[in-house]
Structure formats: C-alpha cells, structure tokens
Design a protein around this ligand. Structure first.
Ligand code: 26W
Length: 825
C-alpha cells in the first residue's frame, strides 16, 4: 500500500484525494491510489473531535460510527462532484428515476466496499479499539420501501452509478420507514420505525432547493386560459444522498423530499394563547412525508397517499425543469436531455403534471406538451394483481388535483381522437381514474420486469392498448447489485471467486461463468462448501441469540424470505413442513436429511389472512421445535423484523431458495436472483424470473414443480378443484386433519378452522393443487443434498450462471432501449 499523492490532478485542478483520477482517466488500477490507514485514522479522529465534539475515551459506538461515516463520506464527495461537473460540462442527458420507495438498507459498509476501503476501515477502527462489524450493525436500516419494488430502485441507483449513467433518484424522505415487526404470542405486532431519530450522516440538506406544491382549490378562467388557484400549499425541501458506484468511478444523487409548511407558524393564534392551533399548519404539512404506506399489493384509495404521490412527482418535475432551463431555452428539446422513469404507477401523475407545467406554466400548446412529455416518460409495471392496480375515485382525484382532473380528461379524449380504437378502454371509467392506463398512454415505453411478466402485461393487462401501440410494451428483466449481494454480504464466497477467476467479476458478472471450469474439481468444491459452511455457522449462532433455537449448521437451510402474501404461498411451505414432520414421526429411524426451515417477512398491517399465516407458522414452530422425536431432524425459525440487513445475513447462509408463488402472480422476484448468486439452488414454480433462472442454470440445477400459468388459469375454472386435489392426496388430508384438530393450537383448538376451510373451498392460489408436486420436489431436494459432491456442484453452478441477473445488465438495457443515454464512463 502506498500513499496517495495529495496533488492528483483532474482537468487542471488539484484535488485533495486520489480518487478523482478514476473519473478523469478511467484508471482501473486502484492499488497505487489506496489511502493509507494512517490517513483514514486521522480523518476519523478529526470528525470525532470537530464534527461530533467528542474525545475518544468518551465516544460511544454511535459517535464512532458517525465519525467513520463522515470520513468515508468525504471520499464520496469528490467523485460525486466530478461526475456532476462532467454531466454539466458535457451537457449530458440524465435519467430521473421517480419512485415512492427506495429500500436502501445500511450504507456504511456498502460505501467502504465500493471505495475499496473496507479492509482499511476495519484496520483503522481496530487500531482505535473498535470492532468494525459492530459499528456497521449500529447503523439503522433505512427501510423507505416495502419490498421488491423499493429494493429494485436501490439496486438500480447503485448500478447506474457503477455503469456511469448520469441519474437522479427522486423519492420521499419518510420520517418513519416500514414498521418494525415483533411477535407477541406468535402474532405480528407493528411498532413505528424511527431511522431519523439519530442524525443520518449520509445526506446533505438542501434548504435552498425547495418548491411549492399546490393542492385542492379550483380552476378559474382568466383571459380564456385555465388558472389553478390552489386551496393548500406545502413546501418540498430537498435532501441529497450521494450514491457511489463500484470503485468510485461515478456517483449520482438520491434526492429525497421532506414536506414543510409554506407558512411555519400562526403567530396570531400563538399570541392569543392557542398554542396547539398555532402549530397546526406545520403539523399538517409534515404529515405528507411522515410515513411510508405499508401496503404492498393492495391499493387503498386514501387521499393522503394521492397527496404523497403528487408531492413527490411535482417536486421532481419542477426540479427537472429548473435544471433543464439552466442552460436550455427550448422546452421541445426536453426529451434530448431528460428521461423520466415511473416506478410503477405511484408517480404516474407525472404525465398530467408535466403537461400542466409545459402548457399552463410555460405556454406550450397542449398537443406539443403531450408529445414532449411522452418522449420523456417511461413506465415500469411491477404487478398484475388486480387489487394492486391504482384507481382513484374521480371525486377524490378532482378534489385534490382539480386542474389535473381536467387534463386527464383532455388526455383521454386526445387519445381516443388520435387512435380511434374499436372499443375504447378509457383512462377515466366508472368514475375512476385508472393510473395504469394513464401511465401507459403517457409513456413512450412500457416495460414488464421478467420475460413471462412482460408477456402477461401484453396479453392480460393491456391487450387493447398493446394492439393500439404495438412495440410500446417491452421487457426488462430485473437484476440485483452483486456488490451488495455478493461482494459485501458473502465475503467467504467473494474471496473464493476472486481466488479462482481473478478480480473484475464485480462489475462484469458474466465472468462468473469462469467458475464452471472448476465445479468438477474436488478441491474447489471443498472450498466452496467451506465458504457456505462458514456462513451457516455464523447464522446458527445468530439464530441461537435472536430466536433461542439451536440449529445445526450441518442441516439443510431452507429459506423463504419475502413479504407475506397468499400468492407467494408461505402457506404451501408450512403445510408441507407439517407433512414432513408427520412423516418423520411415522418413521423416525429412516434416513432423513436434517432441515432448518427459515421464514422471514412482514404482513401488511390490515391483511388479516397474511397475519393468520404468520401466526400459524409460529404456532407450528412451537410444536415442532419442542418435539423430542424430531429434534435433530427438523427446526422452524422465524426471526422477527425481516429487512435488508437480515437478508444480507440469511441469503449467503442458505442451501435452498424457496420461490413457490402461484404461476402467473409473481412479476419477477429479485430475492430469487440473490439466492442464486450466493449458491443456493431454487425450489420453484415457472413464475416471474424463475423462468429465466431455470433457463440460465439448467433443469438439472433447479427443483421445478407445479402448474404453469395456463394450467393454473384452467384449473381455476373448476369450482371444485381444491376439494378434488385434497381428496386425491393422503398427505394433504393428513395435514389438514391435524391442523383442524388443533394440533398446533392446543390452547384454542378451532383457531385454524377458517384457514383449513379456505384451503378446502376457496383456494384461489392453488395450494392444494400444487401440494403433491411440491412435496415430491422436496423429496428430490433431500436426495440431492445427501450426495455432497453433486450438491456442492449444483450450488456452484448456480453462482457461475447468475451473471445475467446483475442489475448492471438491466440498467444498460434500460439505457439503450428506453432512455437513449450512453454511459459517461
Ligand atoms: C399501491 C399499493 C402498492 C404498493 C406497491 C401496490 C403495488 C406495489 C408494488 C408494485 C409491489 C411490488 O413490490 N412488486 C414487486 O416488484 C418487484 C420488482 O420488480 C418484483 O420483483 C416482484 O415480483 C413484485 O411483486
């Protein structure tokens, strides 16, 4: 390690740190630029003293974390400035990713990994008497998202910075992210999440970047022109977090909006002694960024949610236009410089809002405003579930956004006029504004998130619109960032990969194919197995600490982690677990493969059926984990509060990835990709991106089961399908009998009668229909696991063939097929 030269140059400018050279010269070789630990140590101590005002003997773990975070952040700022400056200087097109959710997780370790400073940070903190991994874990997990859609946005931000796509993420700076989950007597209890209680060291407040967001009121006509006179306004105030890419070569901005009152305080009321009322406007405005809606997949129609969506979107668009005008005067040129991606329909008000800003506020004729907006906008669909599709009552929509209601009607009749469809599927229908149709009509490209899903978007979701606009719907299969999900989360495997195929795979994941040449080498397999075991040993210790359950690292770790939803079929998994337990008890001396069943995930607070499934899993766990007959053969663990950090711990320690949704229901899945990368074969259905995982990894390395999408649709036509399936399956009959008898709820024997009744008679998600096939696939897993060499080979093949699922590939594809943006590096 050598000292970086303090005088590294960039465009004639002397910079304090050496990193800048990467941006300017595309220099891949970081080795001669590594920061020496003494420098980083001095920086940490300087922040501890001067930023935090603490001396080392009195510093808490929080103080140390903050000091280290600020020191690391300093190293992000220069590449960030350099990237921003270059984008300006070269007048580049930028992408604006609008999302109501960014499920970021912790930042510190990820930042050190991307800067190549993780080892130094660890060394430095050790020299200060501090444990780096404890410091990393002290950071709150920023949970500004519900699940897949929010985590995808976070992976995309990191990949855009890695591949050098100039980009801004726009979201809401929720004061409270997704609730914390606890179990009380096996049932989910929600507690508020409070990530901002401590200072968030990664953001820069930008009070000078603030916009007025209007709501309500009415539309008047002045000089023959519509003028919106709002009834309320709030202020959107920016907070910027830099997002650094791999090796610090590029950085982008995540800009999150905080809602503030336009009028802080009613002094007159205060002086009259009415203190609560005096603070009212402030409290009201702040509710807009107070809390993330915890519902994924069911849409509620709440006015506050619509206001949040408009708040994010209007602030973003005003910011985009301000930036554009700072250098351009012709608004018709907007699409040359601006690509706006709508992450699902949540920011779909962007269509009418951009038309309004271009026409009402900037004088463009309506049709030109339409064309300009459309050329900028792209729409990504993330779900087919009808209950998740946003539709706003025209009453609510018109009250909150009266001018937009008019514009939506105008867009609708423009579309009807221009394309004269045979039977028109309106944007406004049955007194509702349909946000999917609106987003579709306003976007030049619409995309699904896996090959199967994009097909279903064409055939089932927007068949008429697809006929009217052939070629508008395209596919962009999701991906995940291998820096966080492999390099950072699975150090033993990442080190083995580098040892085996060299470095460079982190930003060129197809290189993992190089591992295939080694899977038949026993020495390599032994190392692969050892890396997995190290993760399992660590997880077993953590499970003991956090769940009080003893599990053996020699058992097969079988993991299903994701939001709890009927279509994801955690119920299928737990019922099969009951069946397996029963089978062991019937024949205790058979050659069983020991298993640990791991569940993780939250239910939406109002989703009663999902909550019942959680209760049921916990009840089954209590009985099974206390059964002396099966104690070395089967354990069930369900740690509380599954989140990004827990995923980073569980996925690298998994042997088997459960991806068992009812075919046709999971748009893509991204957890499935993380497991694959980390060497866990999938047991799964032909759904979402499982289809492509199967294609990449080969049928011999995947445990496929279950009905296909077409078969599932056909099966539902028979109203008696579940009864027939159950009656034809002795294992299923046995399981349902045990549950109905109260074997898992001895204190309340009829607790799960409703659950059993639904499986018998209202099994829309086909748990019964797929049960035997799933059971058989699980038996194949057992047999395969018993053959160590073959199993490890299969696991390694999963890693080797996971290159396609890097979000770098996804982002490059969006850049060329939707955004028309070249890479800047
Ligand atoms: C309005 C309520 C609401 C909120 C969130 C409805 C729907 C959502 C999301 C679209 C749900 C979601 O997260 N979808 C997931 O998106 C992932 C990223 O594309 C996919 O991998 C998952 O399959 C999909 O369920």
């Amino acid at each position: 390690m050598t000292r970086i030269s303090p005088g590294a140059t960039c465009g004639g400018k002397v910079t304090r740190l050496g990193w800048i050279r990467n941006v300017c010269q595309g220099d891949d070789n970081l080795d001669d630029q590594r920061l020496i630990p003494e420098t980083l140590r001095a920086e940490v101590l300087r922040h501890l003293t001067y930023t935090l005002g603490k001396d080392a003997p009195n510093a808490s773990i929080y103080d140390w974390r903050m000091a280290l975070s600020y020191a690391i952040r300093d190293h992000i700022v220069e590449p960030w400035f350099a990237a921003t400056r270059r984008t300006w200087a070269e007048d580049r097109k930028r992408v604006y990713y609008l999302s109501m959710e960014f499920l970021i997780g912790r930042i510190l370790e990820d930042a050190t990994v991307n800067l190549g400073l993780r080892d130094q940070a660890q060394e430095v903190m050790a020299s200060l008497g501090q444990d780096f991994s404890q410091i990393v874990e002290d950071e709150p997990d920023a949970a500004l998202g519900n699940g897949g859609l929010g985590r995808l946005a976070a992976c995309f931000m990191e990949s855009m910075a890695t591949v050098g796509c100039p980009a801004y993420g726009y979201g809401i700076r929720y004061e409270h992210g997704l609730f914390r989950q606890r179990f009380q007597n096996g049932q989910q209890i929600e507690a508020p999440e409070d990530w901002l209680r401590q200072t968030h060291p990664w953001e820069f407040a930008r009070p000078e970047s603030a916009y007025t967001i209007p709501f309500k009121g009415n539309v008047e006509t002045r000089d023959g022109k519509p003028v919106w006179v709002p009834g309320e306004t709030v202020l959107a105030s920016a907070h910027d977090t830099p997002v650094i890419g791999w090796q610090g070569k590029w950085a982008n901005t995540l800009r999150l909006w905080e809602a503030l009152p336009t009028q802080m305080f009613d002094l007159e009321r205060f002086n009259r002694g009415d203190y609560a009322a005096a603070a009212e406007p402030e409290a009201l405005a702040r509710t807009l960024s107070r809390v993330l809606y915890p519902d994924d997949t069911t849409y509620q129609g709440k006015e506050l949610r619509l206001k949040q969506e408009f708040f994010l979107t209007s602030a973003a668009l005003q910011d985009i236009l301000r930036r554009f005008k700072n250098g351009h005067s012709n608004l018709r040129d907007l699409p040359k410089y601006v690509a706006i991606q709508m992450n699902d329909t949540h920011p779909a008000i962007a269509g009418p809002e951009l038309v309004r800003l271009l026409s009402d506020e900037n004088g463009l004729p309506f049709e030109e405003a339409m064309e300009t907006a459309q050329a900028c906008l792209g729409y990504t669909n993330h779900t087919l579930l009808p209950e998740a599709l946003e539709r706003w009552a025209t009453f609510t929509f018109g009250a909150v956004l009266p001018r937009h209601m008019q514009i939506v009607e105008q867009i609708d009749s423009w579309h009807r006029r221009t394309y004269s469809p045979p039977h028109y599927i309106g944007i406004v229908k049955h007194q509702e504004v349909r946000m999917g149709e609106l987003a579709f009509v306003m976007a030049h490209k619409v995309n699904g998130v896996s090959a199967l899903h994009s097909d279903l978007v064409k055939k089932n979701l927007f068949p008429e619109l697809n006929r009217l606009h052939p070629g508008r719907i395209i596919n962009q299969t999701n991906g995940v960032t291998p820096r966080r999900w492999l390099k950072m989360a699975n150090r033993p495997l990442a080190d083995l990969i580098t040892e085996t195929i060299g470095d460079g795979w982190e930003a060129d994941l197809d290189k993992l194919r190089g591992l295939e040449a080694h899977v038949d080498d026993a020495a390599f397999r032994a190392k692969f197995d050892k890396s997995k075991r190290a993760n399992k040993v660590a997880l077993a210790a953590w499970i003991k600490d956090h769940c009080g359950v003893t599990v053996s690292p020699d058992a097969l770790f079988d993991v299903q982690v994701k939001r709890i939803h009927e279509y994801k079929r955690q119920l299928l998994n737990i019922l099969q677990t009951v069946s397996h337990w029963h089978a062991i008890k019937q024949d205790p001396t058979a050659n069983w493969v020991p298993r640990v069943k791991i569940f993780g995930g939250k239910s939406a607070p109002g989703y009663a059926v999902a909550k019942e499934i959680i209760h049921f899993i916990n009840d089954v766990a209590t009985v099974v984990n206390n059964d002396p007959d099966t104690k070395d053969l089967l354990k069930i663990v369900y740690p509380e509060n599954y989140n990004v950090s827990m995923a980073e711990r569980l996925i690298p320690a998994s042997d088997l990835s459960e991806q068992i949704s009812t075919a046709g229901k999971e748009a893509s899945g991204t957890g499935n990709m993380k497991f694959m990368m980390n060497g866990a074969p999938t047991i799964g259905t032909l759904d979402g991106a499982n289809v492509e995982i199967l294609q990449e990894v080969g049928a011999e390395n995947f445990f496929l089961f279950g009905l296909t999408t077409e078969e599932a649709m056909k099966r539902r036509e028979d109203p008696d399908q579940s009864r027939k399936a159950i009656e034809a399956s002795q294992p299923m009959l046995d399981v349902l009998q045990m549950v109905a008898e109260g074997r898992f709820s001895p204190d309340q024997k009829d607790r799960y009668h409703g659950l059993v009744h639904r499986v018998w008679h209202h099994d829309y998600f086909l748990v019964a229909a797929d049960f035997d096939a799933y059971n058989a696939a699980q038996a194949k897993v057992d047999a395969a696991y018993a053959d160590r060499a073959a199993w490890v080979r299969m696991a390694a093949m999963n890693t080797a063939r996971s290159g396609f699922f890097s979000s770098d590939r996804t982002i490059r594809s969006y850049m060329s097929e939707i955004w028309d943006i070249p890479a800047a590096i």
